[in-house]
Design a protein around this ligand. Structure first.
Ligand code: ADP
Ligand code: MG
Ligand code: ZN
Length: 624
C-alpha cells in the first residue's frame, strides 16, 4: 500500500497564509481593545455637567480623549469622552477637586511596536509551524528532501563488537580469503592509500539461504574490530514514499560518523531489484530508495574506512547499476558446503555441545550432501535435544543420524497407527527401491531403510549415501537413479498386482530428473546439446522455464515418458529376477521396521550365495 501525502511545500504555504490572517485580526481587534476598560462613551457636555456637579473623582486627559471615573448614585463608573479645545478645562477640574493627570506619551517607538505586535508572534508561529512540520514529515514521509529535520527512525542495528570471527565460519575458504583483504584494509587503510590503491566500496555476498552470508559479514566486522551497522533490505521499503530514502541517508550519515566501520545490507534484493518499466506505475518507494542508495554509495569517501557489505540469494534480480564498479563491484560467492566444509561446520557447532568422542563427523557429512550450514547447525542441535530426551549426558552418533532424518524428513510419527496390510505394502515398496539400487552398478550404497512414518508425510524411505563427494554425474548414474525411483511402484505391482498412491514423491523426482536430462544436460539423442529450459533463481530451488517452441515442448514430454517407461521396465525386470530375496527382505523389514545398510547387504549376500550353489549364472545375468 502506498500513500502519497499532499506535497509538503503547498501544505506549509497554506499554513503561513492562515497565520498571517490570524495575526492581522489580532492586531486589528484584540490588541487595541486590550488597553480599553469597560467604559461608556458620553458627550462632552455630560462630562461638564458631571464635573460641575462634583461627581467626577479622577480623570486622565489624553490628547484626544478624557477618561474619567464618576460617581453615579452609589456606584463608580468609568466614562470616556472626546476632548475638546477647552482652555478652561484645567480650571474647572481644579474647581471640582478632581484628581487629574495627563498621560505622558509613553508612545513605544514604532520599531518596538512592530517587533512586539508583528515580529514576535510571527516568530512564535513559525517556530510552532516548524515543529509541526518536523513531526509530520517524520511520521509521514521521512523528510522527502524538504527540511530534512533530525533522524529518521530507521531500524539500524549497531553493534560495536559482533563477537564473531572467521573461526566461527567453517569451510567457505574462498569467501574468507576474499574478505580478508577488506579486514586488512580496515586495519591499515594507509597501506592502501600510500600506493594509490582504491578499495572496493562494497562487496556482495551471494549464495543460497543458510550458507553463512550474514555470519561472514559479522565475522569481517569482528576480525577488523570495527562497528557493524546492519539493516535488512525489507526494512527500507516502507509504507510511505520517501521513508526508505531517508533511512538510507541516515544509515550512511551514522556510518560515516563512526568510520571505520562496516555497513551490512541483508537481503538487498528487497530494494535492489531491477527497475523495470514493466510494472504499471512502478514502485516509487523502492526506486527512490534504490536511487538514494546508489547516490550515497557514490557520495562517500571509501578511504575513510566505510565498507559496505550486502547479501542476497537472488543476484540475477539485482539492478545492474548496483553492480557496476564503484558500488558492489566485488561479488563473493558463498556456496553450499562441500564434504570437507560440512564436516568442519559440524565440528564448529559441536564445540558448544557435549559429544561422545566416538562420533564420526565424516560419516555425518557424507549423509548430508546438499545441506546448508544452517541445516547442519540444526542437525547438531536436534541431536543434542534427542540426547536430552533420552536422558543421556552426551550426544552420540545415533542421535546425529536420527537428527539428519529429522531435518530431512521431519520427526517420527510414533503414534501413527498403520494397518498391517498397508505396512506390508510400504515394506515391499521400500525394499523395491533398495534392492534395485543394490543390483545396479554406479548407484549409491543403501544406508538405511525404514518404514516408520515421518511428519513430512513420508511413510517410509530408503536412504542412500554416496561413498565420496561427487561433482559430476554420468548419464548412467542418472538413469540408475530414475530406475531406483520407479522400483517402489514396481515392487507393489509385482507382488500385489495393485498400485498405490505411495509413489507420488518418487514420480515427481523421477520426472524432474528425466526432464533435466533432456532440457538442460544435453543427454538425449533427439535434442543433442540444445538448452531447452533456463533456470531462474539458481539459489532458491531453481525454478525453470521452457525456452523452446510448443512443438519441441511436446516432443520433450514424449522423450521424458520414454525414459521413465524404460527405467520402470528395467526396475520390474530386476525385481522379477530377485523376487525370492525381495520377499525375504520385505519380511525382515516388516518385523524390524528399521534396518541398516549392513543388515540389508548381509541378507542379500547370503541369498546370493545360496542361489549361486543352485544356479551359478543367474546373479550376473540380473545384475545388468
Ligand atoms: P545466510 O545469511 O546465508 O542465509 P546465515 O549466516 O544467517 O545464513 O546462517 C545461519 C546460521 O547457520 C548461522 O548463524 C550459523 O549458525 C550457521 N552457519 C551457516 N553457515 C555456516 C558456516 N559456514 N560455518 C558455521 N556455521 C554456519
Ligand atoms: Mg542471512
Ligand atoms: Zn518410494
Amino acid at each position: 500500500m502506498n500513500q502519497t501525502p499532499q506535497k509538503p511545500k503547498r501544505q506549509i504555504l497554506f499554513y503561513y497564509v492562515i497565520v498571517i490572517i490570524i495575526m492581522i485580526l489580532i492586531n486589528l481587534f484584540l490588541i487595541p481593545s486590550l488597553g480599553r476598560q469597560q467604559t461608556e462613551e458620553i458627550p462632552y457636555s455630560d462630562f461638564l455637567s458631571l464635573l460641575d456637579a462634583k461627581r467626577v473623582l479622577q480623570a486622565k486627559v489624553d490628547s484626544t480623549s478624557i477618561t474619567f471615573a464618576a460617581e453615579l448614585g452609589n456606584n463608580i463608573r468609568v466614562y470616556e469622552t472626546g476632548r475638546m479645545e477647552d482652555p478652561e478645562l484645567v480650571d474647572r477640574m481644579l474647581a471640582a477637586g478632581v484628581e487629574f493627570t495627563q498621560d505622558v506619551p509613553t508612545q513605544v517607538s514604532p520599531l518596538l511596536q512592530l517587533l512586539l505586535y508583528w515580529v514576535a508572534p510571527m516568530a512564535l508561529f513559525i517556530l510552532v509551524g516548524q515543529l509541526l512540520m518536523r513531526y509530520v514529515t517524520k511520521n509521514m514521509n521521512g523528510g522527502n528532501g524538504f527540511m530534512s529535520l533530525g533522524k529518521s527512525n530507521a531500524k539500524v542495528y549497531m553493534e560495536s563488537q559482533t563477537g564473531k570471527s572467521f573461526a566461527d565460519v567453517a569451510g567457505e575458504d574462498e569467501a574468507k580469503a576474499a574478505l580478508q583483504e577488506i579486514v586488512d584494509f580496515l586495519h591499515n587503510p594507509m597501506k592502501y592509500k600510500d600506493i594509490g590503491a582504491r578499495m572496493p566500496k562494497g562487496a556482495l555476498l551471494v549464495g543460497p539461504p543458510g550458507t553463512g552470508k550474514t555470519l561472514l559479514a559479522k565475522a569481517v566486522a569482528g576480525e577488523a574490530k570495527v562497528p557493524f551497522f546492519s539493516i535488512s533490505g525489507s526494512e527500507f521499503v516502507e509504507m510511505f514514499v520517501g521513508m526508505g530514502a531517508a533511512r538510507v541517508r541516515d544509515l550512511f550519515k551514522q556510518a560515516q560518523e563512526k568510520a571505520p566501520c562496516i555497513v551490512f545490507i541483508d537481503e538487498i534484493d528487497a530494494v535492489g531489484k531491477k527497475r523495470d518499466a514493466g510494472m504499471i506505475g512502478g514502485n516509487d518507494e523502492r526506486e527512490q530508495t534504490l536511487n538514494q542508495l546508489l547516490a550515497e554509495m557514490d557520495g562517500f569517501d571509501s578511504s575513510k574506512g566505510v565498507v559496505i557489505l550486502a547479501a542476497t540469494n537472488r543476484p540475477d534480480s539485482l539492478d545492474q547499476a548496483l553492480l557496476r564498479p564503484g558500488r558492489f563491484d566485488r561479488r563473493i560467492p558463498v556456496e553450499l558446503p562441500d564434504l570437507a566444509g560440512r564436516e568442519a561446520i559440524l565440528k564448529v557447532h559441536a564445540k558448544g555441545v557435549r559429544t561422545s568422542s566416538e562420533i564420526n563427523y565424516h560419516d555425518v557429512a557424507l549423509a548430508t550432501s546438499g545441506t546448508s550450514g544452517a541445516e547442519l547447525a540444526n542437525i547438531i542441535n536436534e541431536g543434542a535435544l534427542l540426547a536430552v530426551r533420552e536422558g543421556r549426558k552426551q550426544v552420540e552418533q545415533k542421535d546425529l543420524e536420527e537428527a539428519i532424518e529429522t531435518v530431512i524428513a521431519g520427526y517420527q510419527r510414533k503414534g501413527a497407527v498403520i494397518l498391517p496390510d498397508e505396512k506390508k505394502v510400504i515394506s515391499y515398496h521400500e525394499i523395491g527401491h533398495a534392492l534395485v539400487a543394490a543390483r545396479q552398478s554406479s548407484s549409491a550404497p543403501v544406508h538405511k531403510i525404514t518404514i516408520i512414518p515421518r511428519t513430512s508425510g513420508a511413510l517410509g524411505y530408503t536412504m542412500q549415501v554416496e561413498e565420496d563427494e561427487h561433482y559430476l554425474m554420468t548419464r548412467d548414474e542418472i538413469v540408475n537413479k530414475i530406475t531406483t525411483l520407479t522400483a517402489g511402484r514396481a515392487a507393489e505391482e509385482l507382488v500385489f498386482h495393485e498400485i498405490t498412491s505411495g509413489a507420488s514423491n518418487d514420480i515427481e523426482q523421477a520426472t524432474k530428473l528425466a526432464r533435466m536430462m533432456i532440457t538442460r544436460l544435453g543427454m538425449s539423442s533427439q535434442f543433442d546439446m540444445t538448452a531447452l529450459e533456463s533456470v531462474q533463481n539458481a539459489y532458491l530451488g531453481g525454478d525453470t522455464s521452457l525456452i523452446c517452441s510448443e512443438d519441441t515442448a511436446s516432443a520433450i514430454d514424449l522423450e521424458v515418458m520414454k525414459i521413465i517407461q524404460k527405467c520402470h521396465d528395467k526396475a520390474m525386470e530386476i525385481l522379477t529376477n530377485n523376487v525370492t530375496v525381495l520377499h525375504q527382505l520385505a519380511q525382515y523389514l516388516l518385523e524390524k521396521e528399521t534396518i541398516t545398510g549392513d543388515e540389508f547387504m548381509d541378507i542379500l549376500n547370503k541369498c546370493d550365495a545360496e542361489k549361486e550353489q543352485s544356479a551359478p549364472n543367474v546373479v550376473s545375468a540380473s545384475a545388468e
